[in-house]
Design a protein around this ligand. Structure first.
Ligand SMILES: [Mg+2]
Length: 330
């Protein structure tokens, strides 16, 4: 019996997307997607999804993960790629104080892609969505030269909506979790070493909790220095970051030792949250911090003046950091 099952499994592994076709694959997928969300009036399979939103503000975002740009073959397992695609979008929703509700995924894949690989990508995505209380309500599949996932995520804000604008001189800057782990993994992978891209952290609950006290919030996708720079420009303020205060990930410290903090300050794809908190809210922040479920570290302050980020080294001296963070077109 197990011999038959093995043979059947290996045949299934060999089935390529080009054999099954767009409609064949989508048809199989639809049979497996659960539809427990009663707010979904029309789920996947029709021309468009229909949902019944509550009266809360909706938070909408979209983001793409593309092979050759965001990852290379062998850097990440298919299920983890699906999870990652959901989590990077959930990070943007969290950075506004929102919780994910409904997701759409547009998949681009070469015809030679094994069907089993794509199945795992979508299963990972759907599992991560479910964990966040969100439902996959639709998608699309097109043939293309490389694997790419474009996600549209709609969330709801249960409380305050917080933007990048609103930070004021005198606010303190705080960051969740740790920085530098993703950048370290990418550096090792690029150098041909064995590693895996770590999954982005799940910060939905933290984002909602921190939105209650934050003047401004942003998620760290392009590197702390660059993303705090975005926050400064939106708020019309400057910022100072203290290198020796950064919560540096253990893997980053192991790889870079004394240079780890300067690297973590500009490394991208950490997907942690940065908030600016006014002095009068620090008492409330201390109470929130205890039930946050992750670290929260004070890393600097907001200052008056032109929107620039000063990175301070030991003794408060100005420190140079390697490069200003990630930019797709540079
Ligand atoms: Mg963002």
């Amino acid at each position: 019996v197990s011999d038959t099952r093995d043979r059947r499994a290996s045949r299934k592994r060999r089935v390529r997307l080009g054999t099954l076709g767009e409609h064949g694959w989508i048809g199989r997928l639809l049979d497996r997607l659960p539809s427990a969300d009663r707010r979904v009036v029309v789920g996947p399979g029709d021309d468009a999804a229909v949902v019944r939103a509550s009266r809360r503000p909706l938070v909408l975002t979209t983001d793409t993960l593309r092979e050759g740009v965001h990852f290379r073959q062998g850097w990440i397992r298919p299920a983890a790629l699906g999870r990652r695609a959901f989590l990077v979008n959930a990070s943007d929703v969290a950075a506004m104080g929102g919780t994910p509700a409904w997701a759409l995924v547009a998949v681009e894949a070469p015809a030679r892609t094994p069907v089993a690989t794509l199945d795992r990508v979508v299963a990972g995505f759907a599992a991560e969505a479910r964990r966040a209380g969100a439902t996959l309500v639709g998608g699309n599949l097109v043939a293309g030269p490389a694997l790419a996932l474009t996600v549209a995520l709609v969330g709801e804000a249960p409380g305050r909506v917080v933007t990048r604008a609103g930070a004021r001189a005198g606010d303190t800057l705080w960051v969740t979790g740790a920085l530098g782990a993703a950048g370290t993994a990418v550096a090792r992978l690029r150098a041909g070493r064995r590693d895996r891209l770590p999954l982005p952290p799940r910060r939905t609950a933290a984002g909602v909790a921190l939105a209650a006290v934050a003047h401004a919030m942003i998620d760290v996708s392009d590197g702390l220095v660059q993303d705090v720079g975005h926050l400064c420009r939106a708020s019309g303020v400057g910022a100072e970051l203290a290198l020796d205060r950064l919560p540096v990930a253990a893997s980053c410290r192991r790889m870079l030792g004394a240079r780890a903090a300067a690297f973590a300050a500009v490394a991208g794809e950490d997907y942690e949250l940065v908030i600016a908190v006014p002095a009068r809210a620090l008492g409330r922040l201390a109470r929130i911090r205890r039930r946050l479920g992750c670290r929260l570290t004070e890393v600097g302050r907001v200052v008056a003046g032109r929107p620039a980020v000063r990175v301070l080294g030991p003794g408060g001296r100005h420190a140079r950091v390697a490069h200003p963070g990630f930019d797709h077109f540079r």
